[in-house]
Design a binder for this molecule. Sequence first.
Ligand code: NAD
Length: 484
Amino acid sequence: MDKEGIRDLRNYVGGCFVEHDGSEWMDVLEPATGERFARLPLSGSNDVDAAVEAAREAQPGWAALGKDSRADWLDRIADSLEVSFEEVAELESRDTGKPISLARAVDANRSVANFRFFAGLIREQEKETFEMEDATNYVVNRPVGVGALITPWNLPLYLLSWKVAPAIGMGNTVVCKPSELTPMTADLLMRVIDGVGLPAGVVNLVHGDGMGAGSPLVAHPGIDLVSFTGGTATGEKVAESAAPAFKKLSLELGGKNSSIVFADCDMEKTIAGVVRSGFLNQGQVCLCGSRILVEDSVYDEFERAFVEAVEQMRIGDPADDSTDLGALISKDHLQKVQGYVDIAIEEGGRILTGGTPCLPSGFEEGNWMAPTVIADLPPESRCSTEEIFGPVVTLHRFQSEEEAVGIANGTRYGLAGSVWTSDMEKGKRVSESMESGMVWVNTWLHRDLRVPFGGVKDSGVGREGGRWSLGFFSEAMNVCLKHD
Ligand code: NAD
């Protein structure tokens, strides 16, 4: 820590915090204020080599421990992380610009829960057997080896812990590469892991940007699997690099998700649910419902009440408990989101609210944008089909169930969606017609950690969650014993 309270982060390799092999650094900025509060080492290939080597050395011993001992380690990490609950929430809020209440309820909470959940699931795992008349088959779930875990900036520790816990729980060792924009809670996790005394080399971390650290990590011959969460364009590069070596690959990518509102919905609950799904974390959640399709007969009523509810959200100091909306992650991202509003106007959109930057007093240097609602855009327009990943939603009318499903499926993405109706049969029918990995009926982001999580089309490859994560982070081997 220097005189101004700026921390220099370090990589975590082989159980030690180490300097990177180079002299380049990047400032870590607070999105709300634009102020620097840490420096991130821009690591390169040599740092990646050292981390992969440490992970390879540790892997056989870690795998030999057995699943129950590894599950005990996950619980120890969860207990220690829970002690740092408030620090996790504060760091996440400063690092991402999200409201502290959200950082507590979602980020800090889920990061602890992820370790506990996978500890329990791994302990409960039973050996599968398949009897034949003259033989018995059983399945051994062996570790894959060394994993590269690459994560984005919107839910930093939530997503990193979602990968680390099942990966090491199944006997792999890992090298983490968190987003260069939000490295603070990944650093905290390494301090927790160091503090509980996890065997050296089981979890390693290399800070840096995508080209300098992420790309050599994915391409490294010592990496056996890649679990990547981030944008679709980056996912393409990751897939290109991992495929020739047949690395096991999971890609959790972008989304452009629809919320379908039928006339028979409970309007009050629907407005609250659709506002939450459109704007949680300033619309920077891959699952956010940013295209809202409303049945024609209730469209006008919905539009009025929805805009009113959006305008009631409180934007401001992320550290204030009563804040609903914080800042966007970076100046570049703010520009991208504003660019989409300009495109919407060119495409014939009508801005019902927002559309401009808004600077809460005292936060003039931060990245702020008023929540924005746009109507009258054709469903196939760019703003209605491309991922904006900010506080911008578009409203569309539909006449029939078929038309709603057609609009919902009219994007390259297929991550999530929600359906709002009092008719459960219709809710199920519409959900099952959607080209999507996940659909919620009369709710949104209602997560059970046991269910499959992931997308279709350009939203990704593979599934995480519950036994799907355990399957991805292991190799199922069949042993067949012939009877006498
Ligand atoms: P991004 O793709 O820019 O970066 C993600 C991570 O990849 C970062 O750590 C980055 O440094 C790294 N990276 C960049 N280039 C790389 C390369 N060539 N090789 C290896 N690593 C590289 O994404 P972002 O802007 O950080 O995150 C926003 C995106 O993430 C959105 O598209 C959002 O939908 C998506 N996302 C998806 C999910 C999901 O579960 N499907 C969850 C959260 C976010």
